[in-house]
Design a protein around this ligand. Structure first.
Ligand code: ADP
Ligand code: MG
Length: 200
């Protein structure tokens, strides 16, 4: 990925989050505290503000720096979790990743998120999108197919009962709503897929 590509990718991700901030807030209002849209927007605008700085770095360093910035700016439970995702991806990915090395690095990053959140698949969190996306990457699906899989996975959190995060305080009342972090993850997956296309 060239510096220009990474800069464009950051812009596209920040645009996507800004365009969907109200939707993410509404989802978090239903079963959380209603700050997820604002949290994500604050974080991705902070990354956008330094896009050129990140894009000038080799990809692993850029991802680590973006992760650190997200930890510092997103806040909430999701900040350290998205931060961990990007930081671990940066730690594990080679400078010129192919599909196989991206898949391995992404798997490690998901494990790190699960460890940090003391969470696992099926608990109505971002992991319920991250894991199917990893599996689709491993199966050689196209970027468009992976984006659709991410959307389906986010929708599949609707009937789940939340077992982690603020939504878990609601118990059975968390059933019937989409998890906000699952939705933001699916949005980012589609944006990344569109930006890097079939290269990965
Ligand atoms: P907060 O819950 O502190 O208000 P946000 O609203 O920004 O933070 O983020 C909430 C999202 O974070 C949830 O929708 C869920 O996807 C994710 N999340 C929360 N706790 C965990 C956890 N322990 N493991 C994985 N994801 C989590
Ligand atoms: Mg919240």
């Amino acid at each position: 990925m060239t510096a220009l590509d990474l800069s464009r990718l950051i812009t596209a991700a920040a645009d996507t989050i800004a365009d969907h901030a109200e939707e993410l807030t509404a989802l978090d209002q239903a079963i959380g505290d209603g700050d997820h849209g604002l949290n994500m927007k604050r974080g991705f605008e902070a990354v956008r503000a330094e896009a050129d700085l990140f894009a000038a770095k080799p990809l692993p360093d850029a991802l680590k720096a973006i992760g650190t910035k997200l930890v510092m700016t997103v806040g909430g439970a999701s900040g350290p979790l998205f931060g961990t995702l990007f930081m671990t991806l940066g730690k594990e990915i080679p400078a010129g990743p192919d599909r196989a090395s991206l898949t391995v690095a992404f798997g490690k990053a998901i494990e790190a998120v699960a460890a940090r959140g003391k969470s696992q698949v099926g608990q109505k969190t971002m992991l319920d999108v991250l894991q199917p996306v990893h599996d689709a990457l491993a199966e050689g699906k196209t970027a468009a197919e992976i984006a659709d899989i991410a959307d389906v996975a986010a929708k599949a959190t609707v009937p789940m009962k939340a077992l982690r995060g603020r939504a878990s305080f609601l118990g059975d009342r968390s059933i019937g709503h989409m998890d906000a972090g699952a939705r933001s993850t699916a949005l980012l997956v589609r944006t990344v897929g569109q930006a890097i296309g079939e290269d990965a």
